[in-house]
Write a protein that binds this ligand. Sequence first.
Ligand code: CDP
Ligand code: CDP
Length: 226
Amino acid sequence: NIKNIRIALDGPAAAGKSTAAKKIAEKLGFIYIDTGAMYRTLTYKAIKNHINPKNEQELYDLLMNTVIELKPGKEGQLVFLDGHEVTSEIRQQEVTKNVSDVALHQLVRSEMVKRQQELVQNGGIVMDGRDIGTAVIPDAELKVFMSATAEERARRRFEEHKKQGIESDFQELKAEIEKRDHIDSTRAVSPLVKADDAIELDTTHMSITDVVNKVTEIAAERGATS
Ligand code: CDP
Ligand code: CDP
């Protein structure tokens, strides 16, 4: 049944995962979950509590005393930290700069993966992140690995910032994206890597509509045969 399939969307920073995932979920009537928001929320709280991103035990203790909630809103997913909305706060540059260091720890990841698996439940879900197809839902009915050149991904982030009225430097954005990709792809625990059975979508020359149509087409095929 198409209603119950689970779609795992992975890929590097600014490949268009969350934008596509949101629209795919809308089209199929699925739930959308952005797992990056969970790592960002923990990072935001760690910064506020002056916890060093390298301190695994302190981060884990903090996480065990932290409630992270993802709720659907009109403009997409809303994020709550211990009952307070932090949807925009977790996108701050300071958080972006530190999130990959927080996300590389074994203790942090196993707890996050556990929480994410609880959210998957009966399917009818699009989940995006870095390890969804490899660690969170290894038996997902559809896995997509979305990529694009670093140049194009930096350009997309740059345009996004411009639209939001946020001033940014293209070269700096590109360097930040490449640094995060490097940490995410080389960490010991569930690194960013294409799952063997994932479909690779190079979106460098694809519009969001192209991406959404392609994924929903394959989802329909998978739903019909599973
Ligand atoms: O949207 P953007 O590409 O900037 O990043 P994100 O999806 O919000 O993820 C932020 C960071 O969280 C990533 O760079 C990873 O370090 C980490 N992350 C992860 O390790 N595993 C996930 N499933 C999702 C995010
Ligand atoms: O979630 P992720 O970090 O992978 O990327 P995103 O935040 O969904 O997308 C980054 C930006 O690229 C957004 O502003 C999208 O509108 C834009 N985008 C695009 O211009 N063309 C695409 N094919 C995909 C995304």
